[in-house]
Unconditional design. Structure first.
Lengths: 242, 207
């Protein structure tokens, strides 16, 4: 057969494409369950990590610590109180019992400089003070924006107060000295990553603000809870850094 | 090359025909994934699997490939194998796959793979081609593991994430060399390996 002819070349490439596509589809379908399970375990691990729980057996610890889950619709109304449903939902609240304290973990999502950024924030029982965060990103610049995954940087968010006197303030990014200028809301930006830092600020604020309605259903007003919060960041910062 | 016997096909790339130190191919990934031993080993195995299977497949169909589109055919075989490896890693070694990030995908552009297909698999029978692929993958892997060993040991004092350098060394003033963890150090280490190898084997020295 003439392997140089045009017809042969076209037919050859067509068959090749079909064979390769079929093989890759088979593999992809065959491994899908395992891959999804891995991604879900990573998500469970991140929820626990935001709450300050370092876990080796993620699935078991998730069952142990997460005592409740709420799935929310786009308006912020609770649609389900099933943990499994909440786990699959975009907007959800996970109630965690850690050493007798209740924590609420909410998912965060937003935009960095280049691509999506996401994470989880754990709020104390008042649903108003951050007790820990975990961030991840898809394509921020290594060494600059990608430093948002640095635990030392994330530790700055611990103890930040979201609402004061009923007004949502959230976190605020500062060029420097955030800790002295604005100890309740301020966070130092990542040097050289203004856009990513601003993206994280917007992500944290928008995402947590969404759950204001949910917070009100808990029957707690921020004004009452405010007094003890001021002391707690110092006491709790050690937990989250471990 | 057609005359070389099978055991030489396996052994030559480990030393005198080493893809990294002699042919200086596949350097970029060698610099990127050698900070720690574990990802380096996974990377070495991945590349070995890809070169071996790509060589075998191309050699099996070598007489049917239309020469005008042979590079495309080669690329397609390599690309699908790499996607396959990536999928398997995602399913069974999720954490390591995350650590290796884009570098698994970049095996497609690893010059060693295409180089062996063009230079060897297209003109040889399947068995020698398979051995040549394994040999070159291992030759790449040996250097990777060697460099990663030195970098992890002196950069972090650990091997496979376990502390090996005892505490009393640190108490007596020893410090980890942070520079080891930066990419330039991988380049320097590979340079040192090339230097030692050429000093030992005179036939590698260029006049």
């Amino acid at each position: 057969m003439n392997t140089q002819s045009n017809v042969y070349t076209v037919v050859y490439s067509a068959i090749m494409v079909v064979v390769v596509a079929a093989a890759l589809t088979l593999v992809s379908v065959g491994l899908k369950d395992r891959q999804v399970a891995n991604e879900e375990n990573e998500k469970r691990g991140n929820i626990l990590k935001a709450a300050g729980i370092e876990s080796t057996d993620v699935a078991a610890d998730f069952d142990k610590y997460v005592i409740g889950g709420y799935a929310l619709d786009a308006e912020g109304k609770v649609t389900s109180e099933d943990k499994a449903v909440a786990f699959k939902a975009d907007k959800a609240v996970f109630k965690i019992n850690k050493d007798g304290d209740n924590l609420f973990v909410v998912p965060l999502s937003g935009n960095g400089l280049w691509d999506k950024i996401w994470g989880f924030a754990a709020l104390k029982s008042d649903f108003n003070t951050i007790s820990g965060v975990v961030f991840d990103h898809k394509g921020e610049t290594p060494g600059l924006g990608a430093e948002m995954t640095n635990p030392t940087w994330q530790a700055q968010f611990v103890g930040k107060v979201m609402s004061e006197n009923g007004e949502f303030k959230g976190v605020k990014i500062y060029k420097s000295n955030a800790a002295t200028l604005d100890p309740k809301h301020g966070v130092d930006a990542i040097t050289g990553s203004t856009m990513t830092s601003n993206g994280v600020e917007a992500m944290v604020n928008n995402s947590i603000k969404f759950y204001e309605a949910f917070k009100n259903t808990l029957g707690q007003t921020p004004a009452i809870e405010e007094a003890p919060i001021k002391e707690s960041p110092v006491a709790d910062s050690t937990n989250v850094n471990e | 090359m057609a005359q070389t016997n099978n055991s030489e096909l396996l052994k030559n790339p480990l030393n005198l025909q080493n893809p990294i130190t002699v042919q200086v191919l596949g350097i970029c990934s060698a610099l990127a994934v050698t900070v720690k031993l574990e990802p380096a080993i996974v990377m070495a195995i991945s590349v070995t699997v890809v070169t071996a299977l790509a060589n075998l497949i191309i050699s099996l169909i070598r007489n049917t490939i239309p020469s005008r589109i042979r590079i495309i055919v080669q690329l397609m075989v390599v690309a699908s194998l790499v996607i396959l490896v990536d999928q398997v890693l995602k399913a069974f070694m999720y954490e390591l796959d995350k650590a290796l990030s884009v570098y698994i995908g970049l095996i497609i552009t690893n010059c060693i793979v295409m180089g062996r297909l063009e230079a060897f698999a297209l003109g040889n029978k399947p068995l020698p081609a398979l051995l040549d692929g394994i040999g070159n993958g291992l030759g790449y892997g040996v250097i990777l593991v060697l460099v990663a060993l030195v970098r992890e040991l002196f950069g972090t004092g650990q091997l496979f994430g376990c502390q090996v350098i005892p505490d009393w060394c640190y108490e007596h003033g020893y410090a980890n060399c942070g520079f080891m963890l930066n990419p330039p150090m991988a380049l320097i280490l590979i340079g040192v390996v090339i230097w030692i190898q050429r000093a030992k084997f005179a036939e590698l020295q260029e006049k």
